[in-house]
Design a protein around this ligand. Sequence first.
Ligand SMILES: Nc1ncnc2c1ncn2[C@@H]1O[C@H](COP(=O)(O)OP(=O)(O)O)[C@@H](O)[C@H]1O
Ligand SMILES: Nc1ncnc2c1ncn2[C@H]1C[C@H](O)[C@@H](COP(=O)(O)O)O1
Length: 226
Amino acid sequence: MNLREKYNIPNDSIITIAGTVGVGKSTMTTALAKALNFKTSFEKVDNNPYLEKFYDDFERWSFHLQIYFLAERFKEQKKIFEYGGGFIQDRSIYEDTGIFAKMHYEKGTMTKDDYETYRNLFDAMVMTPYFPHPDLLIYLEGSLDDILKRIQIRGRDMEKTTPVSYWEEMHQRYEDWINSFNSCPILRIDIADYDLIKEEQSIEPIISKMSHSIQQSRRWKTKQSF
Ligand SMILES: Nc1ncnc2c1ncn2[C@@H]1O[C@H](COP(=O)(O)OP(=O)(O)O)[C@@H](O)[C@H]1O
Ligand SMILES: Nc1ncnc2c1ncn2[C@H]1C[C@H](O)[C@@H](COP(=O)(O)O)O1
């Protein structure tokens, strides 16, 4: 019996992994997809035409980058919808607007007009049938120090040379954001409690917790539909 069957995870589930840059979302996405035999949806970092330019000059490129990510996520969302679920998604669409676009607008590196245009487009896209809420959002959290170390180890130059104050601001915003997030069920996981790199089996207790949250959320959805 595989882990998906053992823990009764519905094979049409949509599970999204959220958390700040470098916390371990891609690593978790890969490990969960392998363990559950699910498909993956990754965000577009390699061959992203705006990302490096953005880190060089936030003001000039923040709007372009948000539009690019939104278009990419919309294509991914459509794919997930057309397959009928069974996906682990690296980063939720909620973070684009709730963290990144908002932060750049509030810090003055995105204009009010650009922010409003982006928000209007985002709202229009989210209202389409391609955006079912995920069954579960797994939120990865950890200390700023551990996350900064991971950013350094991963070694993307554009991130390594970005001032620590940027990551600090983002870390705080993530904490505030998750504390008021209510668009779908959440499972919070502390990165100090597992190590998927050294111990592949540490995925199993995470799947067990996921199972509990997904069963609860499905029961709640069924009740609402009566
Ligand atoms: N459980 C872990 N223990 C130690 N290092 C980790 C763990 N998970 C991820 N990493 C490392 O941290 C860095 C960032 O991980 P990644 O999955 O790319 O983060 P994200 O997708 O959230 O930006 C990578 O170098 C990765 O190998
Ligand atoms: N919506 C976004 N705005 C700005 N930057 C973003 C957005 N989504 C992702 N990013 C950046 C942050 C990182 O440098 C890379 C990839 O993110 P990661 O958390 O490492 O998967 O893209």
